[in-house]
Design a protein around this ligand. Structure first.
Ligand code: GAF
Length: 417
């Protein structure tokens, strides 16, 4: 079914936004922490045409359901299902006072669903760049990322942080995005495993999770409770000594957040220094902390991680929200096939569904895919320039790695929101 068959006219353009893999910095984006995601090659693609009225029609070739209503029908929990992610973006931009009208929108392709690769953020972000361009809003990508996050928080009802949306909108190929969620500052960190003879395997356990279910929200609530108990604005400001004073489960939960932020800093230092092959132990430690202190792993993720390590991975960890979804493993290129086979064999031995295993390449953020229609090539160029202008951590620059700045990031920080 094509856009024309569905809506009786041609779309005004096609936009695509990638999913993400988080290299490290897990469950810290709602604690004002640091995370280090990168965009993957898999994309969600939307075809969109504006309307003269306030009607909103949403359909998908990838999933059943959709929406046919008006802008005023969009609100908390409405529409339900996948359509809430796209409609929520329209709602959030309107709530900010932007002149957004009705649209017809067809999702033609999607990041693998439920694999922990952020298909939901990819849908939000592809919708956001389309709407931004079609209605001539001219918004900074950080503003779009914030609108996408509110779509997810307020319309879908998932209390997620902003990491996934920032990665999908601000990522640059060959780099990971260092994001300081305290103020939105970003830095592009060179990350090209293949250049170092390494592959980054993404092992989808095919255990499906939903962030809107209670477990993600419960972790977030514990993190906020721990900060309140310490009388701090967030756990970003906490020390391990302070964490040790916490009671019950708040102590391990907070310990994960505080130690994970340190691991992000150490990973960035190694990457900026060209020592990518030394980050394995940090990935391993992140998984141990997520499984033990934060309790967001599951048997399948643990099996994928331990098997990958045993078969030659330099390091491995769950990525994303956990409770299923995907694990990542950093593997010498020569061992990629052996590691993938070992993981498949281990799953078969346990009578588990065969995992989906891919190699991830750090890829570019959201962009228009076709240039026909009312958008202009200049505007596309400007958006690409915006991303290209984000500061890169460059170990060769004289001030590139001299200590930490006020964000706790190495070198000069990116422009803040
Ligand atoms: C999910 C959320 F959407 C992110 O905001 C982040 O909290 C992540 O889980 C865990 O790091 O992807």
């Amino acid at each position: 079914m094509s856009f024309a068959e569905l809506f009786g006219r041609e779309p005004h353009g096609r936009w695509a936004a990638p999913g993400r893999v988080n290299l490290i910095g897990e469950h810290v984006d709602y604690a004002r922490g640091l995370c280090l995601p990168f965009a993957i090659a898999q994309r969600t693609v939307v075809e969109v045409a504006t309307r003269d009225d306030s009607r909103v029609r949403l359909a998908s070739l990838a999933e059943p359901g959709g929406f046919d209503g008006t802008l005023d029908d969009i609100g908390s929990g409405s529409p339900a299902g996948w359509a809430g992610y796209a409609a929520g973006v329209l709602w959030a931009l309107r709530a900010d006072g932007h002149a957004v009208g009705g649209v017809d929108l067809l999702v033609t392709d999607t990041v693998p669903l439920g694999a922990g690769l952020s298909s939901s953020a990819a849908l939000e972000c592809s919708t956001a760049v389309a709407v931004d361009e079609l209605f001539g809003l001219g918004l900074d990508r950080r503003v779009l990322a914030a609108a996408c996050q509110r779509a997810e928080n307020d319309i879908v009802g998932a209390a997620t942080g902003g990491m996934d949306q920032a990665a999908s909108l601000l990522a640059k190929a060959g780099h990971a995005l260092l994001l300081d969620t305290r103020d939105g500052a970003t830095r592009q960190v060179p990350f090209a495993p293949a250049d170092a003879g390494l592959g980054l395997l993404v092992i989808d356990t095919r255990v499906r999770h939903r962030l809107a279910d209670g477990r993600y929200g419960a972790r977030r609530a514990s993190v906020e409770k721990a900060a309140a108990a310490l009388r701090l604005p967030s756990l970003r400001e906490a020390t391990l000594d302070q964490v040790d004073t916490l009671d019950g489960e708040l102590r391990p939960r907070a310990r994960h957040v505080v130690t994970e932020i340190v691991r992000v800093r150490e990973t960035v230092k190694l990457l900026a220094d060209g020592r990518i092959d030394e980050i394995g132990p940090l990935l391993d430690a992140s998984h141990t902390s997520l499984a033990g202190d934060f309790e967001v792993s599951c048997a399948e993720l643990d099996l994928a991680v331990s098997t990958a390590r045993g078969a030659g991975a330099l390091g491995a960890r769950l990525t994303g929200g956990g409770f299923g979804g995907s694990a990542i493993a950093l593997v010498p290129l020569a061992a990629v096939d052996a590691v993938a086979s070992a993981v498949r064999a281990a799953f078969a031995r346990e009578d588990l569904r065969s995992p989906e295993i891919r190699t991830a390449e750090p890829s570019a953020g959201a962009a228009r895919e076709s240039l026909h229609g009312p958008g202009t090539a200049e505007r596309v160029d400007r958006l690409q320039d915006e991303i290209a202008a984000l500061p890169v951590v460059d170990p060769r620059s004289p001030d590139g790695m001299l200590g930490y700045d006020e964000h706790g990031l190495p070198g000069p920080a990116g422009r803040s929101r």
